[in-house]
Design a protein around this ligand. Structure first.
Ligand SMILES: Cc1ncc(COP(=O)(O)O)c(C=O)c1O
Length: 578
């Protein structure tokens, strides 16, 4: 007899979580926020979070964790050497990045007290298991060929990698300048590459990024985050493969509006990289969101789980560099790993003439990790943060969770589109992005830093913090013309995981729509301190100034600025700043 499954469909999704603990926030006036902006030098990172209604600066580490994660934290131990969480998290990495649906979930041994009641089982199945051949060696192989490095966050993985590669490059290829291409590097990745003396390049399809169909909607996600493989091939032809030590793919593509990357693109980029013997790096902070997009939009994946898709994605890479403050649903965490005895290991280790290993790059990385972050079994993390990260990796692979999360971002993007605000469509998996040039009717130039003006005006008027990721933060004015062409002038609103509800989305959308209609009243911004400092947006001081008449969408609005200048002077005197 066939099973009868009766459903009563509605045009809203059923809720997938409810609030368990509440964080209450204070009432703050516009004037209090404006005084604070002046006193914190209009640096959006320096504005006190405790004075905001909604903080969308970053989805990094801002997650509200699940009850399951909080309970896993209680099971942690804080031992210096080989805490229990070390074994659990290494195996969680194997589960979510390599095993697909055939997971072991050793974390459940901790929940069931096996670690207390059955040491033999722990020895045989957890503590003394030798694993080799993948990204996460275990037992004796992690000692003889270390290839997994726990770190507190993504940029630590990057720094660790480049601290080691810089002297290797200098020794093996003295005087040579290297180029490291990506479908788009994150700002810290760019910063780390530049500080090593190499040149980052961003090969995404800029021409399709800002296109939006007339309806404002795509039927299926167009994977705007894909690598522009032709540009990558051109670079290889132009400079030669030996000038390209690594090729990156960022999934999802954070700097390119959080856009998804297709399995096809990952597969093709991998094939091209490997054709030329170049190790292929996954910058995979949002691996699970990307796998969700593949499941929902790419042919052949609808019936596969997020974990199965993840397994295939990572099968194409040689190196994993991840901020796990995103898709480990955790407040802290990161990892650097490379395939055991794979292309990265072969390229950057040193060998004797008989083929035996002279210097294993894994040992170099481990020594540096110990110097910078501590023993490899905690890598700068507390034992309880490691447990939260291990459990969170599994939470991220739940279809119901990802479905709700990605749809929440899309809901916000659609509200903005309906209200006329030019946001990039489709929404990213973790954020929406405003097309700044379009927002200002293409009237304001690169030097106006109007995206920063927009972002700071959102704080002032509505207590909503966004993140400018365009001309100002990406240092447009300090780039070469070819790099300038690769900057997306956007403001990002990142959606914290498991924290916001529909009211947050509607408040943000109404604020953006209102500000869009008042866009001629948004000041330009200028740098008063910080030019030339690497990652200047974390350091800089700014000040607002009135735009010119030509920069108005409607010149009739220009009268506003004379009054604005007068009032600002008065306020500066009142707050003791003049
Ligand atoms: C793609 C990508 N790579 C690297 C990083 C840096 O990670 P973290 O902020 O954990 O240092 C981020 C952070 O947002 C990111 O999105």
């Amino acid at each position: 007899m066939s099973e009868i499954r009766k459903t009563y469909p509605l045009d809203v999704e059923p809720p997938m979580s409810w609030t368990h603990v509440v964080r209450e926030i204070p009432v703050v006036t516009v004037e209090e926020r404006e005084e604070t902006l002046e006193k914190t030098k209009w640096n959006e990172f320096a504005f006190p979070a405790g004075m905001l209604y909604v903080d969308t600066l970053s989805d990094s580490g801002t997650t509200s964790m699940t009850d399951t994660q909080w309970s896993a934290m209680f099971l942690a131990d804080e031992s210096y050497g080989r805490n229990k969480g070390y074994y659990i998290v290494l195996d969680a990495f194997r589960d979510v990045f390599e095993r697909g649906d055939n997971q072991k979930r050793l974390i459940n041994y901790m929940k069931e007290g096996v670690d207390r009641d059955n040491v033999r089982k722990m020895m045989d199945e957890v503590y003394l298991v030798d694993v080799e051949g993948g990204f996460f060696n275990g037992g004796k192989f992690q000692l003889s060929r270390p290839n997994t490095f726990i770190v507190p966050q993504g940029r630590c993985a990057e720094t660790l990698l480049y601290d080691i590669l810089k002297p290797i490059f200098a020794q093996k290829w003295p005087g040579k300048t290297f180029i490291i291409p990506s479908n788009a590097h994150f700002d810290t990745t760019e910063g780390n590459i530049k500080q090593m003396g190499s040149i980052p390049r961003n090969f995404f399809h800029k021409e399709i990024l800002f296109e939006v169909p007339e309806s404002g909607k795509y039927d299926t996600n167009p994977f705007k985050g894909d690598m522009d493989i032709d540009k990558l091939q051109q670079l290889i032809d132009q400079v030669g493969a030996d000038s390209i030590p690594l090729i990156y793919t960022t999934i999802t593509n954070n700097s390119v509006c959080g856009q998804a990357v297709s399995m096809k693109s990952i597969r093709e980029t991998s094939a091209l990289a490997h054709k030329y013997g170049i190790p292929y790096v996954a910058d995979c902070a949002r691996w699970a969101e990307n796998a969700y997009f593949i499941k929902m939009n790419e042919e052949g994946y609808a019936d596969k789980s997020i974990f199965e898709i993840s397994k295939e994605m990572f099968s194409y890479f040689d190196v994993i560099s991840a901020s796990l403050k995103k898709n480990a649903h955790a407040n802290m965490g990161g990892v650097l790993a490379f395939r055991d005895q794979g292309l990265f290991w072969k390229k950057f280790s040193d060998f004797n003439e008989d083929g035996s290993v002279k210097v294993d790059v894994g040992h170099l990385l481990k020594s540096r990790q110990i110097c910078a972050y501590g023993n490899d079994s905690y890598g700068g993390m507390s034992g309880h943060d490691i447990m939260a990260m291990a459990q969170g990796l599994y939470e991220e692979g739940r279809f119901e969770y990802q479905n709700e999360r990605v749809k929440q971002c899309q809901y916000l993007a659609d509200l903005c589109t309906a209200g006329g605000v030019p946001v990039v469509q489709p929404a990213g998996g973790h954020a929406i992005y405003i097309d700044v040039d379009k927002f200002f009717g293409y009237k304001r130039g690169h030097e106006s830093f109007c995206g920063m003006g927009l972002s700071l005006e959102m704080i002032k008027r509505y207590g909503i913090r966004c993140s400018e990721l365009g001309d100002c933060s990406m240092e447009y004015d300090e780039k070469t013309p070819e790099q300038q062409a690769e900057v997306c002038n956007v403001v990002r609103l990142a959606i914290n995981r498991s924290q916001f509800n529909k009211q947050h989305m509607e408040y943000i959308a109404k604020a953006l729509i209102a500000l869009y209609h008042d866009r001629d009243q948004i000041p330009n911004m200028r740098l008063t301190f910080g030019k030339g400092i690497p990652m200047r947006h974390f350091h800089m001081w700014m000040e607002p100034y009135a735009p010119s008449k030509e920069e108005m969408c409607d010149e009739a609005n220009y009268g506003f600025w004379a009054q604005w200048e007068k009032e600002r002077e008065e306020k500066l005197v009142k707050w003791g700043l003049k």
